[in-house]
Design a protein around this ligand. Structure first.
Ligand code: NAP
Length: 249
């Protein structure tokens, strides 16, 4: 019998959960538990880390998981690496449901950087109004560029004040609309947008808005992903499930 573990936290993971529930396929949805209000899922949900690779291996074995699906965010590099190692150790087949990276288009003013530190360096210079659309975890890195006014868009209100002397917080979660992001960038008179190359549609509106307003974007490239089978749509995951089940995996 199929018994799937989905590593979630993305719009795509939720779409997959919906497709599996509609087909009455047994699966559990796993959240890291980083945000306060978790999106409800039509599947049993578990929350929190597994305790490293060893913990994930134990989970796969004790819950008799037959298929592991990594539908985490492209910047969740550690979880993805653990998924590969646990799959190899247990022979539970793994597939990753990923989003193609965004690519710049005519009219964009992207400055592409390899990581958060390089994004911080790219903000050296005179004071600007900067939208930081990078989540909350890496905000402290920007404290070495205190001259800017930062607009922080966060899923939850921060527990403690971000270490940035001049900032505004907008609490909101995607998917975001073009009209909404145009209004936000105008209202806060943003000069430059800093974001991760997440891909997908839910957070792409800010890039179209930046293009229309002629704003600069500091685009943080993805970390390298481990060697694994990857697909970009839910149907491809369902095909993979059919194939691996027919093969008796
Ligand atoms: N990084 C981003 O920019 C971003 C953006 C949007 C959403 N997310 C989502 O937020 C979650 C955490 O991201 P992250 O960057 O902190 O990941 P990460 O650095 O790759 O993971 C750190 C640790 O968090 C736990 N973890 C991560 N995803 C998990 C999941 N789906 N279920 C159970 N445990 C999980 C694991 O703990 P153990 O080692 O104890 O198992 C993992 O080793 C991911 O699920 C991701 O999809 C991340």
């Amino acid at each position: 019998m199929i018994n799937i573990l989905i590593l979630g936290g993305t719009t795509e993971a939720s779409a997959l959960a919906q497709a599996l529930a509609e087909r009455n396929i047994s699966a559990t949805f796993s959240y890291a538990g980083r945000v306060a209000a978790l999106k409800p899922q039509p599947l049993p949900v578990r929350v929190g880390g597994f305790g490293g690779v060893e913990g994930l291996i134990t989970y796969l074995q004790t819950h008799r998981i037959t298929h592991l699906i990594d539908a985490t965010h492209p910047f969740a590099g550690q979880m993805s690496q653990h998924a590969v190692e646990a799959s190899q150790a247990t022979s539970v087949p793994l597939i990753a449901l990923t989003r193609p990276a965004w690519e710049s288009q005519p009219g964009d003013h992207w400055h592409i950087v390899p990581d958060i530190d390089a994004a911080v360096d790219a903000l050296s210079g005179d004071s600007q109004r900067v939208m930081l659309a990078i989540g909350r975890m890496h905000l402290p890195a920007f404290s070495v560029q205190p001259q800017h006014h930062y607009l922080l868009r966060l899923v939850d209100a921060p527990y403690s004040p971000p270490p940035l002397p001049k900032h505004s917080v907008v609490v909101d979660r995607g998917p975001f609309t073009l009209d909404g992001d145009l209004a936000l960038l105008r209202e806060h008179a943003i000069d430059v947008v800093v974001c991760k190359n997440a891909g997908g549609t839910g957070a792409a509106a800010k890039l179209v808005a930046a293009r229309q307003l002629g704003l600069s974007v500091i685009m943080i490239n993805r970390p390298p992903s481990p060697q694994r089978q990857e697909v970009h749509c839910v149907d491809a995951v369902l095909d993979w499930l059919d194939q691996t089940t027919e093969r008796g995996v």
